[in-house]
Design a protein around this ligand. Structure first.
Ligand code: PPS
Length: 299
């Protein structure tokens, strides 16, 4: 699979106020006209919030905890990324059009850019949110290794861009709040990465209830084991090592990087943290959403 140099490290393009990859912007009409089906499951997240984790969990549920079945293909083919278009390499909409039901679909779109058919189809949606500081750190590492993104600059420069929403898929603040409001009008389960880290079994049970699936204790245990960070990190169908090296350079930073809550403390300076907190309070004023910036160590 040949990756053309010309598609790497390009500037982002504004689509209805949200910075997106040029290749997505060029074919935006195709994304807008995407046809959702009532039995689809949409997995919606801001980047770096646990998309791959919840995708693997859901695929395990859909396949009754059959690990071999879940290793049938890479996560990008099992749970296609709807709006992603990489010329000559990947077209999420076309892939999904050819996929039999029931489909699991990944999206990073902020709620206002969601294709109209999704709301009309009444398909179920799982949204996973992660605290902004850990997302910023994870995103910074991802920008360095995933070369479709523009150059991230220094950590300080990147953090500034993140706060201003000048990163792919726009403002984290608008994203988490927009989807939080949407849970009132759509069949949507809103999960938090920190809760999943704290008690994966409890959150898995919530997903099972939402999907109206009953599984045995043995399957629950198998799902929890197969979707642990350690297992997913070494699983070639979920660790993104299948992606062309020109697109994702794991030697710069692995996709499955640390998988913890609170890593931001190893990256934010005291000054960056104070400035971030001040701005955060302002941007999240009036929101009923609360995030945990770390979780207590498991005993
Ligand atoms: S993407 O590219 O936006 O789809 O990335 P996404 O999958 O949303 O997020 C990647 C981060 O999630 C971590 N991850 C996990 N954490 C805990 N447990 C499991 N099983 C797991 N799988 C993936 C991954 O390591 C990235 O976080 P960081 O902080 O960079 O390690």
């Amino acid at each position: 699979m040949e990756v053309k140099e010309s598609i790497l490290r390009r500037q982002l393009v504004d689509v209805h106020g949200v910075p997106l990859f040029q290749s997505i912007a060029e074919k935006w009409a195709q994304v807008e006209s995407f046809q959702a089906r009532p039995d689809d499951l949409l997995i919606a997240t801001y980047p770096k919030s646990g998309t791959t984790w919840i995708s693997e969990i859901v695929d395990m549920i859909y396949n009754d905890g059959n690990v071999e079945q879940c290793k049938r293909d890479s996560i990008t083919n099992r749970v296609p990324f709807m709006e992603m278009l990489i010329p000559g390499i990947f077209n999420g909409v076309e892939k999904l059009n050819m996929m039999p039901s029931p489909r699991c679909i990944k999206t990073h779109l902020p709620v206002q850019l969601l294709p109209k058919s999704v709301g009309k189809s009444s398909c179920k949606i799982i949204y996973v949110a992660r605290n902004a500081k850990d997302v910023a750190v994870s995103y910074y590492h991802f920008y360095q290794m995933a070369k479709l993104h523009p150059e991230p600059g220094t950590w300080d420069e990147f953090l500034e861009k993140f706060v201003e929403g000048k990163v792919v898929f726009g403002s984290w603040y608008d994203h988490v709040n927009g989807w939080w409001e949407k849970r009132k009008s759509l069949p949507l389960l809103y999960l938090f990465y920190e809760d999943m880290k704290e008690d994966p079994r409890r959150e898995l049970q919530r997903v099972l209830r939402f999907l109206e699936k009953e599984v045995t204790e043995e399957i629950v245990q198998r799902i929890l084991h197969h979707t642990s960070f350690q297992e997913m990190q070494k699983n070639p169908t979920s660790n993104y090592k299948h992606a062309p090296a020109a697109l994702m350079d794991h030697s710069v930073s692995p996709f499955m990087r640390k998988g913890i809550s609170g890593d931001w403390k190893n990256h934010f300076t005291v000054a960056q943290n104070e400035k971030f907190d001040e701005d955060y309070a302002e941007k999240m004023k009036g929101s009923t959403l609360t995030f945990r910036m770390e979780i207590p160590e498991a005993t």
